[in-house]
Write a protein that binds this ligand. Structure first.
Ligand SMILES: [Zn+2]
Length: 167
């Protein structure tokens, strides 16, 4: 469930507010394209504090488990999404100095940025570039090249014998 204040793009339009709930993945266009359709919503705890028309503080905690396709077997694999975010959205460099310590400054240009975009970016960053099960958990058969290698005599077996014979 989204509230319109989370979708404002210009800092002067931001309002202070809190959100504590779940956000459905289908609502995030880019994210929906990166995860499997069955993914459960991500829990989001969010506080927006508007200090001025030029400085807005964002505190967010995300937690959830998304499903992505393993690039080896194409089966679903779970990726945990846990993170905290402390951002100071600033209209210009001058107001960055007014942000309390511990907040990462983010300059917002004339295009603006919505809180929902920030959350989506953060979740996307938590996803692996190439998702793969750990080898032991992956149902895909071992790659053919590895099998062939295991079935043939290793090239150094003869060398070991040779070294042993010298002693
Ligand atoms: Zn796999």
């Amino acid at each position: 469930m989204f509230s319109t204040w989370m979708e404002q793009r210009n800092l002067p339009d931001f309002v202070s507010g809190e959100f504590d709930g779940e956000l459905a993945i289908s609502r995030f266009e880019r994210l929906a394209a990166s995860v499997l359709p069955g993914s459960t919503p991500v829990a989001v705890k969010l506080t927006v504090e508007k200090r001025s028309d030029k400085l807005v503080l964002i505190d967010a905690t995300l937690s959830g488990r998304l499903e992505v396709a393993c690039q080896r077997c194409l089966e679903a694999m779970e990726v945990p999404v846990d993170g905290t975010l402390r951002l100071a959205l600033a209209a210009n460099d001058d107001v960055v100095a007014d942000a309390p310590s511990g907040y990462e400054p983010l300059l917002v240009d004339s295009g603006g940025i919505a809180v929902t975009d920030i959350i989506e970016d953060e979740i996307l960053l938590a996803l692996p570039l190439v998702a793969r099960h750990a080898e032991a958990d992956c149902p895909a058969p071992v790659a053919t090249s590895q099998k062939v290698f295991a079935d043939t005599t290793t090239p150094f077996a003869g060398l070991a014998d040779m070294l042993r014979d010298r002693h």
